[in-house]
Write a protein that binds this ligand. Structure first.
Ligand code: PXP
Length: 261
């Protein structure tokens, strides 16, 4: 990566607590409580909390969103599909940000980015309704220049670049693909920042894959969930999040030409 003349800003960590709710829902009842996890995440260095209210409510519930809004000081990033039901919920709660994701009921997790190019006039109208309520709007998109151009043209504040293909390539040990995916993410991060968009990234990030993305100077926030909650089984939630926070800070310090902490 080429050295940047301007210092990259502080990189925010948004902790996605969906899978605490997945475990809770496996048995019903209230344990483990995702709102308790959100408090702990904040203590451990999370700058924001992310929760995906899926249409089928497979993990986070409507009540979780209400409690997160009333009990957590950190900004809430509400991930949601572009539906009328979700719009109403967002306008009711007014979280700090809404991240619009594509959603299909069959998928295990969000599989691809939103197609901002083909959504046509529906997307800018939807975005405008959220923005008029003071909610920042993020679009979860594949790292693709045409998606970035469409996101900017349609009025998004933020793009969240899908890091899933990069992380999958890393898991498969496909070094050629890792390198091309990193180049693609870096190029799109630059293009998005140049288009006036705030740049976030997420999906599939782990201790092993976070460094390259955290080192991209245009990156403002990473949203990480599944790995942190899974790893917390072995290392505890506080220590797992603190370690991720430190890895992000180290990557940033290196990118800014400072010695690692
Ligand atoms: N960003 C978005 C838009 C997502 O849909 C998800 C998964 O819910 C994440 C980030 C976090 O991905 P992961 O759970 O793999 O860290």
């Amino acid at each position: 990566m080429s050295a940047s003349t301007t210092k990259a800003p502080y990189l925010r960590l948004g902790v996605n607590i969906d899978h605490v709710a997945t475990i809770r829902n496996a048995r019903g009842g209230g344990h483990p409580d995702p709102v308790r996890a959100a408090h702990l995440a904040a203590e451990a260095g999370a700058d924001g909390i992310t929760a995906h209210l899926r249409e089928d409510r497979r993990h986070i519930s409507d009540e979780d969103i209400a409690r997160l809004m009333s009990e957590i000081e950190q900004p809430l990033n509400l991930e949601m599909a572009m539906t009328d039901e979700m719009l109403e919920i967002a306008l009711n709660h007014r979280p700090n940000a809404c991240c619009i994701v594509p959603e299909s009921r069959q998928e295990l997790t969000t599989e691809g980015g939103l197609d901002a190019v083909s959504l046509g006039s529906r997307l800018p109208v939807y975005i405008a309704q959220l923005k008029n309520a003071g909610i920042r709007v993020s679009l979860f998109i594949d790292p693709d220049i045409s998606q970035i151009e469409a996101s900017a043209a349609e009025g998004a504040d933020i793009v969240e670049l899908h890091t899933g293909p990069y992380c999958e390539a890393a898991l498969e040990g496909d070094h050629f693909k890792v390198s091309s995916e990193i180049d693609r993410l870096a190029e799109c991060a630059r293009a998005a920042a140049n288009a006036g968009l705030e740049v976030h990234a997420g999906h599939g990030l782990t201790f092993d894959t976070v460094h390259a993305v955290a080192a991209m100077p245009e990156m403002v926030e990473l949203n990480i969930g599944h790995f942190l909650i899974g790893e917390a089984i072995f290392g505890g939630l506080h220590s797992t999040i603190s370690r991720m926070r430190a890895l992000m800070d180290n990557a940033r310090a290196e990118a800014n030409g400072c010695a690692s902490a």
